[in-house]
Write a protein that binds this ligand. Structure first.
Ligand SMILES: CCCCC/C=C\C/C=C\C/C=C\C/C=C\C/C=C/C(=O)SCCNC(=O)CCNC(=O)[C@H](O)C(C)(C)COP(=O)(O)OP(=O)(O)OC[C@H]1O[C@@H](n2cnc3c(N)ncnc32)[C@H](O)[C@@H]1OP(=O)(O)O
Ligand SMILES: Cc1cc2nc3c(=O)[nH]c(=O)nc-3n(C[C@H](O)[C@H](O)[C@H](O)COP(=O)(O)OP(=O)(O)OC[C@H]3O[C@@H](n4cnc5c(N)ncnc54)[C@H](O)[C@@H]3O)c2cc1C
Length: 670
């Protein structure tokens, strides 16, 4: 759609005059410096000027097939643009560039069918191939001579990877693997792009050689002819059908009928099958084939932050424009943003977007540092990364989904319109809670790490920094509540330590009563999930505070004030959400809780004048927001009417169904 130009809505113009800080300063902080802001804007200019974002009809008014075809068209031209003009700005290998991810949303209101190519296929090649394999596939994949996806999940199993049924049996006579789908439930299911788009695929299958099963391994498989795009003989492939979101991407199913691939198509960086069929197991760590999942979990924290920032931008701008009800008789209707309950719904969204973005950046740096350790042969930091990325992916995607839905509630009926974009943002983020490891499953992985850390600390061993609070707790350090940043973080750590202690005790008590470890663990899983969530909260709170302090060191006083107001709001909000836990595990009193409640309500008032400026500081262009409610100019009603008038349903004054059905019904002739 071409966005019509309007003058700024007067309410929104007034809001911007109230701003107490330099927006550009905050924009630079989140981009990582002035240079990066300028590079991002250049990238956005190039993409927006390309005309690629244009749709003849709104995406939501297209059929599923049209949506898919439109998304493929845009993906192809976008890829070409990335190879040409954008390459000059970013450098071809720089797929990490967050600016590319951001501007991709200007093209796709839903998602690109190529997402998994960049999001999982290329990262798997980079992380799992030998250098010889890398030289064969990486240039082709980066140049889009081959397009790929990641097919792990099957109809019968997603979570339990060890239970996957697809087999890859080595045939030493021909030096090939034979891929086979032995049952209905063994069909690959869900892989993005698989339905119609991709010609190659990373397939996760149980490896058999010399009659022995060695568990799941990764294989590069060509599934379609490069010229005709027809499925290769022995391949059954298609689209799985409409779903809650992801409508413009083709999630697919895949089955193999004794399909042969060369030996070299097993990704052999970590484990190998030699020509004679001898299996060589990974030298360092048994779970290195899970590395792409860890990578995506890390990027999903960023997705949670980015999508929440979009939703809260839309809802805050709308709330500044929308007037409803009256605060006192005969007074003009106030902006709904003036209601404290509305501020309560929204300002936590702004603070959370900051908290998650800074946590995502920190996690990304941790990920890079673990990768560099692993390159040197040291896998010692991997368990902590796995525990961190698991709980942060679970909690951040889950919180973001809830807060995005809250943004929709905050926009009343208009938030329910697809043109608000809130339903799209929600359905995308809701899926992130499930894929790449379901919420509960990932928290249980973190819980395993926490229980182990507890046992290590008990044995007097040093534990990693993110769980050092366990050692303090075991030394008998009592928590004394203080309502400062550090004080609150310490109390949240005391909550996490208290919950981990209870889990350990429950497991041990259950074992004493005769249960084996597996049953004792199983019966404690409700508490274990809770403990892992509490640990994750303490990590987010601490990272957010530390990062704001670090990043605003040389900022102006006004930016320091407003960024710190949001930190305090976040800490107060979570204190009030978790009073039960804090009363149980810290020395917080009723009086302290009253103080926190008052502080929270005062903060809402302090933040109120800067609310619009704070969402402007996410620097999200209208073309990325795609929202009739959230555009920079605040012309909500004009856009809603514009969209209604453009609705293809209104192209004819009388729909044919009147003549076919309604009229005969009215006349008793049906
Ligand atoms: C156009 C431009 C766009 C740019 C694109 C860039 C970014 C885009 C952003 C979006 C993202 C991209 C794509 C998004 C779209 C959709 C993608 C969706 C993809 C998928 O969903 S793929 C399928 C994912 N599936 C899962 O996640 C399954 C979850 N299950 C598991 O991970 C495992 O089964 C399990 C639950 C971890 C259990 O595994 P298991 O082998 O049974 O192990 P355990 O016995 O439980 O544990 C043994 C031991 O191993 C440790 N462990 C487990 N996992 C790992 C790991 N990953 N790393 C390190 N260690 C691990 C575990 O902790 C245990 O350790 P102990 O010491 O306790 O023994
Ligand atoms: C939009 C979308 C895109 C996807 N894209 C891909 C892709 O590109 N490639 C790919 O391979 N896969 C993909 N997936 C699949 C995805 O990774 C899985 O759906 C996900 O990992 C969850 O697994 P599942 O469906 O088997 O859920 P299940 O494991 O069946 O989960 C169902 C419920 O059971 C619970 N549960 C399961 N096991 C346990 C346990 N041990 N303890 C306690 N509770 C348990 C879960 O918590 C959950 O509540 C995609 C999924 C979606 C929704």
């Amino acid at each position: 759609m071409v966005l019509k130009k309007y003058n700024i809505n007067p309410d929104l113009a007034l809001e911007r005059q109230k701003c107490t800080f330099d927006i550009e300063e905050i924009i630079n902080i989140f981009d990582g410096g002035k240079e990066k802001t300028s590079q991002r804007r250049k990238i956005e200019d190039v993409v927006l000027k390309s005309g690629l974002c244009h749709d003849d009809v709104p995406e939501e008014c297209m059929s599923l097939k049209e949506r898919y075809e439109n998304a493929v068209r845009k993906s192809c031209f976008f890829s070409k643009l990335m190879k040409t003009e954008l390459q000059e700005i970013t450098g071809i290998e720089d797929f990490e560039t967050p600016a590319i991810r951001r501007i991709a949303d200007a093209l796709f209101k839903d998602i690109s069918p190529f997402l998994l190519h960049l999001g999982m296929f290329v990262p798997t090649i980079i992380g799992q191939c030998t250098s010889e394999q890398l030289m064969i596939w990486l240039p082709k994949a980066l140049d889009l001579q081959i397009i790929g996806g990641y097919a792990q999940t099957e109809l019968g199993h997603g979570t339990f990877i060890r239970g996957l049924e697809t087999t890859a049996t080595y045939d030493a006579d021909t030096e090939e693997f034979v891929l086979h789908t032995p049952t209905l439930t063994a069909h690959k299911w869900w892989a993005g792009g698989l339905g119609k788009t991709i010609n190659h695929c990373i397939v996760v299958a149980q490896l058999y050689t010399k009659g022995v099963c060695y568990g799941t391994h990764l294989f590069m498989v060509q599934i379609r002819d490069l010229d005709t795009h027809m499925p290769l003989p022995g391949i059954k492939v298609g689209e799985i059908g409409p779903r809650m979101g992801f409508s413009s991407a083709d999630n697919g199913f895949l089955g193999f009928n004794n399909f042969r691939i060369p030996r070299n198509n097993m990704l052999m960086k970590h484990a190998q099958v030699q020509k004679d069929g001898t299996y060589v197991k990974p030298a360092r760590h048994g779970k290195l084939t899970y590395q792409t999942m860890v990578f995506v979990r890390v990027t999903l924290v960023n997705e949670a932050a980015f999508n929440l920032s979009k939703a809260v931008t839309i809802a805050v701008r709308y709330s500044a424009v929308r007037r409803q009800s009256e605060m006192r008789p005969n007074e003009p209707e106030p902006q709904i943003l003036d209601y404290p309950t509305q501020q309560h719904k929204l300002f936590i969204g702004i603070a959370t977007a900051h908290a998650f973005q800074l946590t995502a950046n920190w996690l990304w740096n941790t990920f890079k540092s673990v990768l560099s350790d692993m390159k040197k042969g040291d896998v010692g930091t991997l368990p902590e990364l796995h525990a961190l990325s698991s709980c942060l992916k679970a909690v951040c995607t889950s919180d973001a989904a809830l807060l995005i839905e809250q943004c929709r509630y905050a926009c009343g009926g208009h938030g329910y319109m697809l043109s608000s974009n809130l339903p799209y943002i929600y359905s995308f983020v809701a899926a992130t809670r499930t894929y790449e490891g379901d919420y509960t499953i990932l928290l249980l992985q973190t819980a395993r790490f926490l229980v182990k850390a507890w046992e290590q600390a008990e044995a007097g061993k040093t534990v990693t920094p993110t769980v050092s609070y366990i050692s303090r707790s075991l030394k008998g350090e009592k928590n004394s509540w203080r309502s400062t940043d550090e004080g609150i973080i310490k109390s949240f750590q005391a909550v996490a330590a208290g919950k981990i202690a209870l889990c350990v005790k429950s497991i041990r008590d259950r074992m004493k009563s005769g249960l084996d470890y597996e049953d004792a663990w199983l019966l404690t899983t409700v508490q274990l999930v809770d403990a892992a969530e509490a640990h994750c909260r303490s990590v987010i709170l601490e990272t957010y505070c530390n990062e704001v302090r670090r990043l605003t060191k040389s900022s102006s006083d006004n930016v320091k004030i407003v960024m710190h107001q949001l930190v305090t709001l976040y800490l107060s909000y979570w204190t009030l959400q978790r009073t039960g836990d804090l009363l149980r595990y810290s020395s917080i009193s009723e009086k302290d809780i009253d103080f926190m409640q008052r502080q929270y309500e005062e903060l809402l008032q302090h933040i109120r004048p800067n609310a619009v400026a704070l969402v402007d500081a996410f620097d999200l262009r209208d073309e990325i927001l795609h929202s009739s409610l959230g555009a920079y100019d605040g012309r909500v009603y004009e856009r809603l009417m514009e969209q209604a008038e453009n609705n293809p349903m209104n192209a004819e004054p009388v729909n044919q169904s009147f003549h076919k059905y309604i009229k005969p019904l009215l006349q008793g002739k049906l």
